[in-house]
Design a binder for this molecule. Structure first.
Ligand code: CO
Length: 666
């Protein structure tokens, strides 16, 4: 391995004062954003970043990723935290290292293209609140979606890092769409737009080491600006891809602190530091100070998030990525969605349908939000389609995609699917081919009107503009207009400890303080009683021993399968463990009073976005009555019959279980 190994062996040590490398690899740390997003469902709280913030500022990272992606959504929705406040708070502890954010271009930190006025205001406020590097991507790699945000990033004097989303249609780099030429062309486009650096964003961990080498080499020859590789570990290849990219001359690599590394996250920094130690690409990092940060993360922070980690499998890699190219986050979403619908047995059908839907929708890369759009549509097709009709329930987002609201797809959308999706589409049945935001009316003024008296500043207004339903709910929590629910409050280490002890007790069968004395031998005075509890029937034996009657055994006579011949005698059934807390979407709701008529039931668990009709309104069959959000995709539910709305049982932002009667038409 040629000059990389020309190690300055003399005086080699771990400390920071070792000789500086000729061309050190720069590192962006992702622990505080993509790390907890990938492993802990983005649930990391600001208070759990502060204990390591100052130490991380000392490491020498090129940038710290602190924001963007799903943080904005999760913070205001699940953590009762103001996303803007996180930036200002962390900035007080991290004074030297630039902050980086993931910006979904015209999608900002949401799931659709927002109007230009909202996009401009958002970037300005992000810069003013402390953001330095804007890592900008578009899910379709349609850089017309960069045209509004990039000039604002530049005029704020900030770093514009343009992304190329890495995706494939073949098992390895190549094929007709996503080949080497495609990536080189995209890099040149970004450089022409004024990119200060270019990031190859491998969100699914698909890039194979030798493909990484080939692309990085080609990009280094094609453009002058620094190249950054962002690769998730999901498939197990990323550490190898990092090394090959470094050999090909990559400038910046993304990693996580080891407790937040691997699985669907990123390779850890520590092995890379040791790998490069003393070479001409030595990071220069002090491994001991990294260890000190890890100690804090392991002992004080991670225990609070451990329960979120999906560690049901022993393997830390997901070979589905190698088999089906399904990104990790997308896969867990699909599994959750199927589980909530009691349809987990259909996962293989979902795997088979997914590439078909992706191809129908223009062979788009799978990254937020397109991964959700393709994923949920796939689930809908598997669950609701029959042999006579495909695409029976098309989500609002697929309709938007077919209209062109997300941008230009890599290959044309299947015209039949497009036509079906756009039938009756409110913006028109003919798709657009211009820059999507060009057809969007300004949105900021209306948003400001909507939250007048609630929002205090532009930051508040933007939370609402981007997330109208949950954003408004958050502002009500923030200003004490609605009580903050317990499930969005933080947990402490003490609570974690208490819970752990309780679980251990339960596992040991000691949760119920039952006597551990052995049962006495049954005597001659045993009397048997039949006991009925609802539908259950028990046979109870009672024997008097001097004083009060003592229950000597309880044998359920029903609901217990007859023991197989030769099987061990059945032990009394342990009381069934309390069911795990139901997910928010399935929270029980008060039973609605019965009204005669035709109900519209929730076909899946979700959150009510809005009712488009009121009680008393006339509706005709096929007209949209209610919009239900499931897995962040909007599903328009239509009236099954002509009639009048007799009852509406929920309101906007209510979570509903599958089958809930949303409204009744009479
Ligand atoms: Co990522």
């Amino acid at each position: 391995m040629s000059d990389h190994n020309q190690v300055q062996m003399t005086q080699m040590n771990y400390s920071k004062d070792r000789p500086k490398a000729a061309n050190p690899v720069k590192i962006e740390d992702l622990t505080l954003r993509d790390g907890h997003q990938s492993l802990f469902a983005t649930r990391g709280r600001t208070e759990d970043m502060i204990p390591v913030a100052e130490k991380m500022d000392e490491v020498g990272f090129w940038a710290l990723e602190t924001w963007g992606g799903a943080t904005f959504d999760t913070m205001h929705r699940f953590l009762n935290e103001d996303p803007w406040e996180r930036l200002r708070t962390l900035k007080r502890y991290i004074k030297k290292t630039p902050f980086s954010m993931l910006l979904r271009a015209q999608n900002l930190v949401g799931y659709r293209n927002y109007a230009d006025d909202v996009a401009r205001a958002f970037v300005e406020r992000a810069a003013a609140n402390g953001m330095d590097v804007f890592r900008t991507f578009d899910a379709l790699n349609d850089y017309r979606n960069f045209e509004t945000v990039v000039p604002v990033i530049k005029s704020c004097g900030k770093h514009f890092q343009g992304c190329i989303c890495y995706t494939m249609t073949e098992p390895r780099l190549g094929g007709e769409v996503y080949n080497l030429d495609y990536y080189v062309k995209k890099a040149k486009d970004l450089e022409a737009m004024g990119a200060d650096s270019i990031c190859l964003k491998d969100m699914a961990g698909l890039i194979a080491p030798y493909d990484a080498y080939a692309i990085i080499k080609a990009l280094k020859e094609a453009v002058k600006v620094p190249i950054n590789l962002h690769s998730h570990f999901t498939s197990g290849m990323a550490s190898m891809s990092h090394l090959k990219a470094i050999e090909a001359g990559v400038d910046i690599i993304d990693t996580c602190m080891s407790p937040y590394a691997y699985r669907t996250s990123h390779p850890a920094i520590e092995p890379l530091v040791m790998t490069l130690l003393g070479t001409n690409r030595d990071t220069g990092f002090d491994i001991k100070s990294l260890a000190a940060i890890n100690e804090i993360l392991e002992k004080e922070i991670c225990p609070k998030y451990r329960h979120i980690l999906d560690d049901t499998k022993l393997s830390i890699i997901d070979i589905n990525v190698l088999l089906h190219q399904t990104p990790g986050g997308m896969l867990s979403n699909l599994v959750n969605q199927l589980r909530e619908m009691d349809a987990l047995d259909k996962i293989d059908q979902v795997y088979a349908e997914l590439p078909r839907v992706r191809k129908d929708l223009g062979q788009i890369p799978l990254v937020t939000p397109t991964s959700q759009i393709v994923g949920i549509q796939t689930v809908n097709n598997v669950l609701f389609d029959d042999e006579n009709e495909r695409y029976k329930m098309i989500t609002g987002q697929v309709k938007d995609l077919c209209f062109g609201l997300y941008g230009k797809t890599a290959v044309p959308i299947n015209p039949e699917v497009q036509k079906k999706a756009l039938k009756g589409y409110p913006r028109g049945e003919d798709p657009i081919c211009c820059r999507p935001a060009q057809v969007l009316e300004p949105e900021l003024k209306k948003a400001q009107e909507d939250v007048k008296g609630l929002a205090v500043d532009l930051d508040d207004e933007l939370i609402y503009a981007i997330y109208p339903v949950t954003g408004k709910r958050f502002l009500q929590w923030k200003y004490g207009k609605e009580p903050v629910p317990d499930d969005v409050k933080p947990i402490t280490l003490e609570q974690v400890k208490a819970k752990k002890e309780l679980i251990q007790k339960a596992v040991a069968g000691k949760l119920v303080e039952k006597t551990e004395k052995e049962a006495p031998v049954k005597g001659d005075n045993l009397r048997k009683f039949n006991v009925f509890v609802d539908d259950d029937y028990f046979e109870v034996g009672v024997e008097e021993i001097g004083g009060a009657p003592v229950v000597s055994y309880i044998q359920p006579a029903k609901a217990v399968a007859p023991a197989a011949p030769g099987a061990a005698p059945a032990r009394p059934a342990a009381p069934s463990a309390p069911k795990a807390a139901a997910p928010a979407a399935a929270r029980p709701v008060a039973a609605a009073p019965a009204v005669d008529g035709t109900p519209i039931n929730a076909p899946m668990p979700g959150m009510i976005v809005r009712f488009e009709k009121n009680v008393g309104d006339k509706v005709s069959k096929g007209e949209t009555v209610v919009v239900l959000e499931a897995m962040k995709m909007e599903n328009a539910l239509a009236a099954p019959v002509d009639g009048t709305i007799k009852a509406i049982n929920f309101k906007s932002s209510d979570s509903v279980p599958k089958g809930a009667v949303l409204c009744v038409i009479g």
